[in-house]
Design a protein around this ligand. Structure first.
Ligand code: G3P
Ligand code: MG
Length: 346
């Protein structure tokens, strides 16, 4: 009933509901697929008693690679064909900032990856901590560039470069060095390294691709994430300048991310399944109450369709504690989450 007269009738894809998945702690842990997640994907793709397929998207706070690269990797891990058209990561919405800022410092991730992602988003002049250390190795007393880093870093004279904004794209590989450089910039006169402001109110703004204090990697217990770096930076800034630091975070639980996900899902359903209307319900499957459940519940209140939060026990959330934000359902893993949603629909 939901497809428009021009589109061919959809026989085996449901137009009533859809799924959205968090990745770390739900589908993947420490680079390895969670076995039940592979099965969950098979069920959505038709291996079920109802003889239907269910559309789905991925909404992760993670990042550090292009959306295309992440999808190739995810496809291999889960035995599916994931497309950038169904994928949002923490830094995806930063794309929209490329028109506003010319010269930006990009922090985090492996090697030159995040510079490439930022350039792909249209940022014109992307500098990294490596470029800054190459120009002045005294910047970070305990960090020396490797031969590769030295080779890949840009040769710039930072005395003449005005950095307009700082973007933390992915987890820092060198907290001490990266924080030193970010602090230097925050305390600078108008984004010029090597200068000190007298008022500490003229440094560039700082954006984080998400705010997860903890995340689920290969260790049994959750690990420190980008939100922890943010807390640390705010505390240091306060200790050094006596002032509060205001920073901005993207990703879940921000409503902007869920609005972005809504548009993506709508387009994905239209382009690949010929469904021309929003789903009645979106099942969001996550492992982090503070990001996934909080965001889904909040968005459910303001969205036209229903967003239904499902918490799994394979990641940050551990059995035995009470989640800070209460999900609609708590299940063991991604497969149970899919079965729960599908059963509710029939
Ligand atoms: O760094 C990634 C992590 O904080 C969260 O990723 O997929 O659980 O949103 P995800
Ligand atoms: Mg997660």
């Amino acid at each position: 009933p939901m497809s428009s007269p021009e589109t061919p009738p959809v026989t085996n894809v449901t137009d009533k509901y859809a799924f959205a998945f968090d990745i770390d702690g739900v589908l993947i842990r420490g680079g390895r697929p969670i076995p039940e997640a592979i099965e969950a994907m098979k069920v959505l793709n038709g291996k079920n008693a109802y003889g239907i397929k269910v559309p789905y998207i991925f909404v992760t706070n993670g990042g550090g690679k292009t959306e295309r690269e992440r999808c190739i990797q995810l496809s291999k891990q889960l035995g599916i064909e994931a497309s950038p058209g169904q994928f949002i990561c923490g830094h995806t919405p930063m794309r929209e900032m490329a028109a506003k800022y010319q010269t930006v410092l990009v922090v985090g991730g492996e090697g030159e990856k995040c510079r490439q992602v930022a350039e792909g988003y249209g940022f014109k002049d992307v500098v990294t901590p490596g470029d800054i250390i190459k120009d002045n190795p005294d910047t970070t007393p305990f960090r020396k560039l490797t031969a590769d880093e030295e080779k890949n870093s840009r040769a710039l004279n930072f005395g003449r470069v005005k950095i307009e904004a700082i973007f933390v794209f992915a987890d820092s590989r060198d907290w001490a060095g990266d924080q030193q450089i970010i602090l230097d910039l925050l305390m600078s006169k108008g984004g010029y390294l090597g200068t000190r402001s007298e008022t500490f109110n003229e440094g560039p703004p700082v954006f984080f691709s998400h705010n997860d204090v903890m995340w689920s990697a290969s260790h049994d217990l959750a690990r420190l994430g980008m939100g922890a770096l943010r807390l640390s930076l705010e505390a240091m800034y306060k200790a050094v300048t006596g002032m509060e630091l205001n920073t901005t975070a993207f990703g879940k639980p921000q409503m902007g991310t869920f609005q972005f996900a809504t548009r993506l899902l709508q387009q994905w359903r239209r382009d690949t399944h010929g469904i021309d209307a929003p789903p009645e319900t979106v099942y969001f499957v996550g492992d982090t109450p503070e990001s996934d459940i909080r965001g889904t519940n909040e968005f459910n209140k303001q969205s036209e369709n229903k967003w239904y939060s499902i918490l799994v026990r394979t990641g940050v959330y551990q059995e035995g504690t009470k989640p800070k934000f209460a999900p609609k359902a708590t299940v063991d893993n991604a497969l149970d989450a899919v079965l729960h949603g599908m059963e509710r629909e029939t």
